[in-house]
Design a binder for this molecule. Structure first.
Ligand code: NAD
Length: 306
């Protein structure tokens, strides 16, 4: 239940009701927050309004009077557009309110946006998540929070409704940096497991047995445990996390490294990150926007057959 103190967050506007935003907003409604929902696809609001969310036809109407606006949008450029673009949520939000960007945005852009919002009297933290749709549904996401400690604490009662592990990672943008790095590591684990399956199959080893062995051995990772059998070996490819979003996240990690290379020349090499960024970008080019990220297996298989 929301707490009551001077700057406590009670009235929340949730922008971005896609695969992740919908279940996250639903948890806030069920926990007693006063939630208004908005998405550029209006039909997505219906189940939330039915569950008690306030309806709003426009973004301006939705953010009016909110203590906090949560964004769960595809990327940071869209977050910037929602806040500062033509629709201009920032010009409507009240002074002292808080933007919580839970999207996987790019950290450098987040810092710039936070500075501009500060000049308008609006605070910002970044609070991206890891865990996917299943953890969004049961409120057990990992959440990495960047920003002023006081604002991170102010948001904690809200974030703890959606996540069971809430980390304060440092200053504004650090949550987005850590999220991009997490997905780089996660993507490399999935791509390696997919290639291992291709090699095992060629040698006549049953892929199911390979995955069982990985899961009982040191090659185990999140992908071998929760993605390989249900989404890759089954051929379902329906994890709910788009290949386009994974490719964007690895690109974000690569862009960050490039930015930091200026003052840290030792970061100019990074062959694993550069290799992953190239593989996932090529896969996106071949499989298109609608592909699930587990379809990286299809791309690697097709590449091996050329
Ligand atoms: P999604 O594409 O399902 O949802 C995004 C929503 O944003 C859509 O409903 C879209 O209509 C809406 N939107 C786009 N532009 C808008 C605008 N200008 N105004 C209002 N609404 C707008 O994406 P998702 O899978 O829910 O991911 C959301 C974010 O969370 C992304 O940054 C993604 O990288 C991250 N993420 C996703 C997962 C996952 O498993 N899907 C896990 C962790 C993090």
């Amino acid at each position: 239940m929301p707490t009551k103190s001077d700057d406590a967050i009670r009235k929340i506007t949730f922008v971005g009701l896609g695969k992740m935003g919908r279940p996250m907003a639903m948890r806030l409604i069920a926990s007693g927050f006063d939630v208004t929902c908005f998405d550029c696809v209006p039909a997505l609001k219906a189940p939330l309004v039915k569950s008690g969310a306030n309806d709003a036809d426009t973004l301006s109407e939705a953010v009016q009077g909110a203590d906090a606006v949560i964004t769960m949008l595809p990327d940071g450029n869209i977050v910037r557009d929602v806040m500062m673009g033509q629709q201009g949520a920032a010009s409507i939000m009240k002074k002292g309110s808080l933007l919580i960007d839970m999207s996987s945005s790019a950290p450098i852009g987040t810092r710039a946006l936070g500075k501009e919002l500060q000049e308008l009297g609006i605070a910002m933290i970044d609070a991206p998540v890891s865990g996917g749709m299943a953890k969004a549904l049961d409120g057990s996401l990992a959440i990495m929070v960047g920003g002023e400690p006081a604002q991170a604490e102010r948001a904690r009662p809200v974030l703890e409704v959606m996540g069971s592990n809430v980390f304060h990672t440092g200053r504004l943008g650090s949550g987005h940096a850590v999220k991009a790095l997490n997905n780089f590591v996660s993507a490399a684990g999935l791509a390696a497991a997919c290639e291992a399956v291709l090699i095992a199959e060629a040698f006549g080893v049953d892929p199911e047995i390979l995955v069982d062995v990985l899961n009982a051995s040191t090659g185990r990772n999140n992908s071998t445990q929760v993605k390989m059998k249900p989404h890759v070996l089954s051929g379902n490819f329906a994890s709910g996390f788009a290949l386009a979003l994974m490719s964007k996240d690895i690109g974000t990690a690569a862009d960050l490294a490039k930015e930091l290379e200026v003052s840290n020349p030792s970061l100019s090499s990074l062959p694993v990150l550069k290799g992953q960024a190239a593989i996932w970008a090529q896969a996106l080019g071949e499989l298109g926007d609608q592909a699930d990220h587990t379809e990286i297996f299809r791309y690697l298989k097709q590449s091996s057959e050329r």
